[in-house]
Structure formats: C-alpha cells, structure tokens
Ligand binder design. Structure first.
Ligand SMILES: [Zn+2]
Length: 435
C-alpha cells in the first residue's frame, strides 16, 4: 500500500499503480445507437481487447472474458453512456454485475481547481481530450491514466482535508447498486463509510465560515437528501474565491449543486449576528473591500433621501430586479461592478453587461486590471474571430488570467448590425470616477 501522506522527507512509495479493474470505452453510432467500436484494457495486466468491425457478439464475449477476475470497471461517462449500451447489446454480460467507477463523476472532486486536469475538457462536457477521434483503445488507456491521477489527488486531499473526504464518502455512496465508489473511498480513507452523525458533523465543520451560518445549518440537516449535488458543492467551496467554475455538465446533471452554492453564499439570512451575511451582503463593506471607498456618493439621492448608488447596489446584491436611471457622471458603473464582483466571488456567476460604447469597454477593463482585478474581458465586433473565440472561451471557463474577480459579458447593440455573428461581448467595469 503506498504511503498515504507523503512529504519531502517522506516521499511516496514507487509502487506501480495497477488497479484490478477493466477500463472500457465504446463508440456508438449516432443514428443507429449500435456499438460500432469498443476497446478495453486491464489495469493490472495491461491486456487489451479491441473491436472495430465484424462479429460484435464475439467481441462482447472477449470483453466479458477479459473482465473475469476484475474487482470493478472504470470508464469516462460509463454510468450514463457505456454501461447502458453494453446492457442493451447483451444483458447477459457477466461484467454488468461488477461495481463501477466513473472517472467523469470523480473528476470535479479530484480536480476542483482550475486548470483542472489536462486530459479533461472540464469547461465543456467533461469529455476526454483526445489526440484523435474514434480510438476507443486510446480512450480506455487515457481513462486509466486519469484514474491514476484522480487517485493521487484524492490521496493528497485525504491528508489535507480528511473531513472533506469523509463527507464525500458518505454523500456519494447512498446508492451502491452500481457504484465502486464506496470501495474506492474505503481504500483511500482506510475507514468504512461514516455514520450519518459523523458525516453531518464533518459537513458542518467544513461549511463553517464558507457561507451563511443559518443556511449552513439547514443544508447540513438536509444533507442526506443532497448526495452528489452537495459533494460537488463542497468541492467548489473548497476552492471558492478563485477562478474555478462548476463544470457545465455538473450544472446540467446536478442542478442542486449550483442551487446549494447560491443558497449558502448568495441568499442573505438577514440576521445581524450571521458573520457571513453581515460581511458579504453589506453594500458599504463590499464597496470598501473592492474599491477602498469609505462611502457611496451622497448625490444623487432617491425619494427616501438615501444615496441612489447605495440603494441600487443593495437591491442588486439582494437579487432584486431593478431599473436604475442616473445622470451622466454620477457613478453608474460602480452600481453593476460591485454586485458582479461580489456574486462572482460568492458563486462563480458570470455577469453580462450590455453597452453600445466600445471604447468604454476597453477603458473599464483597463481600470479594473489596474486594481488587480483581471477576471474580465471585453468582446466587441472589432475583434478578429480568433481573438473573439479565445476571449469567449476564457470567459466560459473562468480562465486563470481572469482571477480575483468577476467575469462580465458586455454586448453592444451597434456591433451585431455590422457583424451579425458577433453578438456577445465580455467586458468588465471601470475604475469608478470620484467627484
Ligand atoms: Zn446568514
């Protein structure tokens, strides 16, 4: 067994990683839904099987024979893609009874921090980055390589944050019908699945200081209903404040994950003694934190006599729908910059800003970057297609270059008239002018 917690003085054991598993990958016809190619590789012996054309039934027989003696199967998106196709092709396959580890599902836990893992298109569908298309044997081998890296990353996680691993072990193993995850976490933690009390206490300790105290209590009480959604929410919270975003496939397949993050960090409980809400839902404190100003502009004021800037920021921070109209030169930019920065830090949300002023976009991006906030980008119709693609992709994945703050999208109504394909622009707010 490799040493669990390696240090510079105590390096990891050089034992080879040879899991007793079979890594499987299928290529399935889009229209026919039939298996066109398949390949598999044993993690312990390196034996392979490959089918490109011919007798599929015979190939499935060889696949089943290769799985004999394996403790589990692995695959990338195996649970929702490969396994159902194998079961449809031949429900009598013995390998269908084996536990499964899906490397797609494990990846956001093992690599929550951008730039994630080099083999995974984390910001798209979570698929493998292939060197070439339609090579299932290569994909099966890449999956084994990814599994090895996930194992090592979670070994380190066990040393650094054992509470998080305990919570994941409990949250991801409510349904053990297909899952080999329980054995995986048991091996990594060297402990059986934790009790409900142990898990809920660990979740409560992990959430302490990472979100609203009132919401954290309720989320912990309801944790037994949240399963993988809370596991992914905890993974994101472990790196919150940087550039990481929940992978799109997680948001789609586990919508509860994003909802839990918003509930914990973006829904103020309104209780004055809640440390998170009194700090992060206070417009004055957010103004001071992001821009260093002691207070909002005293003029213009609203009908209640309070500064309009402050009322607008407070309404936006609390998620209200609002229409704000201010005279030129009275600090409009700050009204959307503070909520955008605050919401990105709390939940990783993208803010879309629409403006007809192309020159102002560049000015505002430069202003924010001068403050060390470079998680912003401007897109307009004057950019080349290549630059546009790079900037949009960076905005989609929360690129490392855009750290410290918000990602805002700015759309100019003037540009689509000239370039109908260019309808979105990523930009950011400017350094606010002061009186
Ligand atoms: Zn609160």
């Amino acid at each position: 067994m490799p040493n669990m917690c390696s240090t510079a003085e105590n390096p990891p054991s050089p034992l080879p990683f040879q899991p007793n598993c079979l890594s499987i990958d299928l290529e399935v016809g889009l229209r026919s839904g039939r298996i066109q190619q398949l390949a598999a590789v044993r993690g312990d012996t390196g034996e392979t099987v490959r089918f490109d054309r011919g007798d599929l039934a015979a190939a499935l027989g060889h696949l089943d024979a290769l799985a004999d003696g394996c403790r589990f199967l692995i695959g990338h998106n195996f649970i929702h893609f490969d396994r159902p196709h194998l079961a449809a092709a031949d429900p009598r396959l013995r390998l269908l009874a084996l536990p499964v580890i899906d490397t797609l599902w494990l990846n956001p836990l093992a690599f929550p921090r951008h730039p994630y893992h080099h083999l995974v298109k984390h910001y798209q569908d979570g698929g493998l980055k292939r060197g070439q298309l339609n090579d299932p044997l290569l994909d099966a081998q890449l999956t084994l390589e990814l599994f090895h890296d996930q194992y090592q990353a979670l070994q380190q996680c066990q040393c650094a944050t054992p509470e998080l691993m305990l919570a994941w072990h409990w949250l991801t193993t409510f349904d053990q019908r297909l899952s080999g995850i329980h054995s995986f976490f048991t091996t990594l933690r060297r402990q059986l699945r934790p009790s409900d009390d142990e898990a809920q206490q660990a979740i409560a300790r992990f959430l302490d200081g990472k979100g609203c105290r009132t919401q954290a209590l309720q989320v912990t009480d309801d944790a037994a209903e949240s399963h993988w959604s809370l596991a992914y929410a905890l993974a994101w919270l472990s790196v919150a404040g940087g550039n990481s975003v929940l992978p799109p496939w997680v948001r789609h397949q586990f919508p509860g994950a994003g909802a839990l993050i918003r509930r914990l960090r973006d829904l103020g409980c309104g209780q004055a003694d809640c440390p998170w809400c009194s700090k992060h839902h206070d417009a004055d404190k957010e103004l001071q934190r992001w821009f260093g100003f002691a207070g909002f502009r005293p003029e213009p004021t609203g009908t209640d006599g309070r500064p309009l800037q402050q009322s607008i920021v407070e309404a936006a921070l609390s998620g209200e729908h609002l229409l704000a109209i201010l005279p030129t030169g009275t600090g409009k930019s700050l009204c959307y910059q503070i909520p955008a920065l605050s919401r990105f830090e709390k939940t990783g949300a993208l803010t879309v800003v629409i403006s007809p002023l192309v020159a102002l976009m560049a000015d505002q991006v430069a202003g924010l970057r001068a403050r060390g906030i470079d998680s912003c980008v401007a897109i307009n119709g004057l950019l080349s297609t290549g630059s546009l693609h790079l900037r949009r992709a960076a905005g989609d994945r929360g690129d490392q270059r855009f750290r410290h703050g918000n990602r805002q999208t700015r759309c100019s109504p003037g540009d689509p008239r000239r370039h109908s394909r260019l309808t979105r622009k990523l930009s950011a707010g400017s350094r606010p002018r002061r009186p």
